[in-house]
Design a protein around this ligand. Structure first.
Ligand code: ADP
Length: 245
């Protein structure tokens, strides 16, 4: 039995070739246990996006391996990889990416419809209730606050019951009060349902909701902190950003 939702083994990702090659990730090994909440931080250009894209099967490493559950991604064809992303992985981004002409429940049902499945009304209502929007199912995004729209995006990511939920600055477009609501919701999903979450963020307060904060510098894991406070995270970031290139 594999207890990790995602495992990276010696993952490197190089862009370009020859003298102009850039090593975005340099032999990164990281395990993300099932039911854990990890924040990934680091200065701009440290490899956070590349890590997220490789871990989520959106990009292929130049070397090393990524495993989702017991499935090694490098062994999959593009089609199988697309299906794995669709069925087993959820995404939330800074931009909510909702379709404005669709209601909340239609937006949430979309991933299953695109997969050729017909979600039941009860299934859609259940995830909307999970994010506290059971009463808003018929509203369109323009009739909702930013926080509510991000919760619809969260419900849309959860409708497929993904093994792992990836967030790329999911609270980046929200004010601090609304961010806290969304982060509390993410935390509750981990604690109550054992959801695994991996979130890239610049925000020490957002990262403080995680069980573990992984710091990247120059494509390598520089450090990690377990259940740190926002102040500890901010202090660590200040030190990392002061490191001369
Ligand atoms: P972060 O998300 O921490 O800002 P990225 O993963 O975006 O870092 O980038 C890591 C490094 O890889 C940077 O030096 C960046 O310029 C480079 N990089 C990222 N994507 C590409 C690309 N498509 N082509 C060339 N270089 C890239």
């Amino acid at each position: 039995m594999n207890n990790n939702a995602i495992q990276l083994r010696s993952v490197s990702r190089t862009y370009g070739a020859g003298g102009s090659a850039v090593t975005a990730l340099d032999q990164v090994s990281l395990a993300f246990p099932k039911g854990s909440f990890t924040a990934v931080m680091g200065p701009s250009g440290s490899g956070k996006s590349t890590l997220l894209q490789c871990a989520a099967g959106l990009d292929r490493p130049t070397s090393g391996s990524v495993t989702v559950g017991d499935t090694e991604l490098s062994k999959l064809s593009e089609t199988k990889l697309t299906l794995l992303r669709r069925d087993r992985i959820g995404f939330v981004f800074q931009a909510f990416n909702l379709l404005p002409s669709l209601t909340a429940e239609q937006n949430v049902a979309l991933p299953l419809r695109l997969a050729g499945r017909r979600p039941s009304k009860a299934q859609v209502r259940e995830v909307l209730t999970q994010v506290g929007l059971g009463e808003r199912a018929r509203h369109r995004p323009t009739e909702m606050s930013g926080g509510q729209q991000q919760r619809v995006a969260l419900a849309r990511a959860l409708i497929t019951r993904p093994e792992v939920l990836f967030g790329d600055e999911p609270t980046g477009a929200l004010d601090s009060q609304t961010s806290r609501e969304v982060l509390t919701m993410l935390r509750t999903m981990v604690d109550a349902t054992g959801q695994t979450i991996i979130m890239v963020t610049h925000d020490p307060v957002a990262a403080s909701y995680a069980d573990r904060v992984v710091f990247l510098v120059d494509g390598r894991v520089n450090d990690e902190l377990l259940r740190p406070s926002a102040d500890e995270i901010a202090g660590r970031m200040t030190k990392l950003e002061a490191v001369p290139c």
